[in-house]
Design a protein around this ligand. Structure first.
Ligand code: FAD
Length: 462
C-alpha cells in the first residue's frame, strides 16, 4: 500500500499526460494501467497503429498510381501482409516504451493491474489498497455495440480486429462512415480489398463541413470505395465464407444485403468505466454514460476527477491530453484550462481532411453573419506536384470583425496546415492577420494564406 498526491486510472493520452504534468509540478503521482503496455487505446489499438498502416498503404498507392507519372518505372511493390503488421507492431512498441521511459524520467509510478475505487480517496489494485488526495479517472472508451451484430474480432470486427486481420479481405464491408471507418476502409482499399461503406445518415463524416464531406466522398469514390448512404443496418449474419450485412434503405424501407469476407463495425465509441465501482460510489453519469464533471473536471465526489474519452466532448487523443494537462495544473494549485472552441479534428486519409472551429452549417443555424474565403489546391504548385490539387482550404470569418471562426481543409498535409489556423484562433486573429503573414514559397501553407486573402480583397492565384 502506498500513498500519493494523485492516482490516475488509465495510462492513455489523458492519463499519462496528466501524470507527467503532475510530476513536473511536484506532485507524487501513480498511474494504474491494466494493459501490458502504456499509451491506452491511442498508442496500442488506435491512432498510432492506424496511422502506421495508413502510411504503409499510402506509399503502396503512390507506387501503383503515381510513380509512373513521375518517370519512376519498374514493378510496383507487392504486399507482405505479416511484415506490414510487424512494422505496425514495431511502431506501437517504440511509442509505448517511450511512455514507460517518460514515466521513469519523471518519477511516475506505474501500478500494473485493473483498478477499482472502493471508497473516496482509495484505489484498489489486486489485493492492495492505495490512497490518494486526488483520484483521476482516465479509463477511455470502447467500441459501441450495434443491435443485431455480434463481434468475434475475426470476421465481424471492431477497429481493434481490423488492425490485426489474418489476411487482407477480398471484400470488406464497413458499417459507419466516420473517421475510423474511412481511415481503415482506405487502408484496405489501397491493399486491394473491395470496400463498401454503409452509413445511416445521407452523408459521410457526420458533423463535418458539408462541402468538404461532399468533396471527400467524391475523392474516396475515385479511389475505389463504394458508399451506401441512408441505410440502417438490421443485422450481420456470419456465413461459412464470411458475413452478410442486412440493411434497410431509410427512404424506401427496401431491404437489401451485402456479402463480405470481413465486416468492420465502426459506428462509434462509448465511455469505458466498467468495474470501477462508480455505482457504489454514487458517481453521477450523463445519459450517454460519460462521467459528469464540472469545468474543472471534478465529479460529484470530493477528490474524484475524470478526463478524456470517459467524459463529454470529442473522443480525440489531443483533447484527452489537453484535459490531462489542465487538470494537473488545477491539482497543483494553478489554473488549468481547455479551449474547446479550438480543438482540431483530422482524418489521415489521402488527401487528409482537417477542421477547426465552426462549420458553415453551424454558423447558418446560429444566424451569424460570416464570410467565406476559399482557395483550391489547384492553384498551389506543391499540391499539383503530388497529384493532390483536388481539394481546398476554406476559412470562415466574422463578416463585421474578420475574426476567424473556423477552417476546413481537404488536401495535402491538411492535418498539419490546420495548426496555423488554430494558433491564429487562439490569439483571436482576423483573416487579414493570416493574409498579411509572409508564407514561404512553394509550400502547401500558401493555400491557407490564399484562403485568408480570399476573405478580403481576393486570392492571388485563384
Ligand atoms: P484511452 O486511450 O482509451 O486509455 C484508457 C486506458 O485506461 C486504457 O489503456 C485502459 O486499459 C485503461 N483502463 C481502463 N479501465 C481501467 C481500470 N479499471 N484499471 C486500469 N486501467 C484501466 N484520436 C486522435 O486524436 N487521433 C487519431 O488519429 C485517432 N485515431 C484513432 C483510431 C482508432 C482505430 C481508434 C479506436 C481511436 C482513435 N482515436 C484517435 C481516439 C483516441 O484513441 C482516444 O480519443 C484516446 O485514446 C482517448 O484517450 P484516453 O486517455 O481518454 O483513453
Amino acid at each position: 500500500m502506498a500513498s500519493f498526491d494523485a492516482i490516475i486510472i488509465g495510462g492513455g493520452p489523458g492519463g499519462y499526460v496528466c501524470a507527467i504534468r503532475c510530476a513536473q509540478l511536484g506532485l507524487k503521482v501513480a498511474v494504474v494501467e491494466g494493459r501490458e503496455t502504456l499509451g491506452g487505446t491511442c498508442l496500442n489499438v488506435g491512432c498510432i497503429p492506424s496511422k502506421a498502416l495508413l502510411n504503409a498503404t499510402h506509399h503502396l498507392h503512390e507506387a501503383h498510381e503515381n510513380f509512373g507519372k513521375m518517370g519512376l518505372m519498374g514493378p510496383a511493390p507487392t504486399v507482405d501482409w505479416p511484415k506490414m503488421l510487424g512494422y505496425k507492431d514495431d511502431v506501437i512498441g517504440q511509442n509505448t516504451k517511450g511512455i514507460e521511459f517518460l514515466f521513469k524520467k519523471n518519477k511516475v509510478t506505474w501500478i500494473k493491474g485493473w483498478a477499482t475505487i472502493p471508497a473516496p480517496g482509495q484505489v484498489k489494485v489486486g489485493d492492495d489498497i492505495h490512497t490518494a488526495k486526488n483520484i483521476v479517472i482516465a479509463t477511455g472508451s470502447e467500441s459501441s455495440p450495434l443491435n443485431g451484430v455480434t463481434i468475434d474480432e475475426k470476421t465481424v470486427v471492431t477497429s481493434t480486429g481490423a488492425l490485426t486481420l489474418e489476411k487482407i479481405p477480398q471484400k470488406l464491408a464497413v458499417i459507419g462512415a466516420g473517421v475510423i471507418g474511412l481511415e481503415m476502409g482506405s487502408v484496405y482499399a489501397r491493399l486491394g480489398s473491395e470496400v463498401t461503406v454503409i452509413e445511416y445518415l445521407d452523408a459521410i463524416t457526420p458533423g463535418m463541413d458539408a462541402e468538404v464531406a461532399k468533396t471527400f466522398q467524391r475523392i474516396l469514390q475515385k479511389q475505389g470505395l463504394k458508399f451506401i448512404l441512408g441505410a440502417a443496418v438490421q443485422g450481420v449474419d456470419t456465413t461459412p465464407t464470411g458475413a452478410t450485412v442486412r440493411y434497410k434503405r431509410k427512404k424506401t424501407d427496401a431491404e437489401a444485403t451485402l456479402d463480405a469476407d470481413t465486416v468492420l463495425v465502426a459506428t462509434g465509441r462509448r465511455p469505458y468505466t466498467a468495474g470501477l465501482g462508480l455505482d457504489t460510489l454514487g458517481v453521477e453519469l450523463l445519459p450517454r454514460g460519460q462521467i459528469k464533471t464540472d469545468a474543472h473536471f471534478a465529479t460529484n465526489i470530493n477528490g474524484l476527477y475524470a478526463i478524456g474519452d470517459a467524459i463529454i466532448g470529442p473522443m480525440l487523443a489531443h483533447k484527452a491530453e489537453d484535459e490531462g494537462m489542465a487538470l494537473a495544473e488545477i491539482l497543483a494549485g494553478k489554473s488549468g484550462h481547455v479551449n474547446y472552441a479550438v480543438i482540431p479534428g483530422v482524418i489521415y486519409t489521402t488527401p487528409e481532411v482537417a477542421s477547426v472551429g465552426q462549420t458553415e452549417e453551424q454558423l447558418k443555424a446560429e444566424g451569424r453573419a460570416y464570410k467565406t474565403g476559399k482557395f483550391s489546391f489547384m492553384g498551389n504548385g506543391r499540391a499539383k506536384a503530388v497529384f493532390q490539387g483536388d481539394g481546398f482550404v476554406k476559412i470562415l470569418a466574422d463578416k463585421a470583425t474578420d475574426r476567424i471562426l473556423g477552417a476546413h481543409i481537404i488536401g495535402p498535409m491538411a492535418g498539419d496546415l490546420i495548426h496555423e489556423i488554430c494558433v491564429a484562433m487562439e490569439f483571436g486573429a482576423s483573416a487579414q492577420d493570416l493574409a498579411l503573414t509572409c508564407h514561404a514559397h512553394p509550400t502547401y501553407s500558401e493555400a491557407v494564406r490564399e484562403a485568408a486573402l480570399a476573405c478580403g480583397d481576393g486570392a492571388i492565384h485563384a
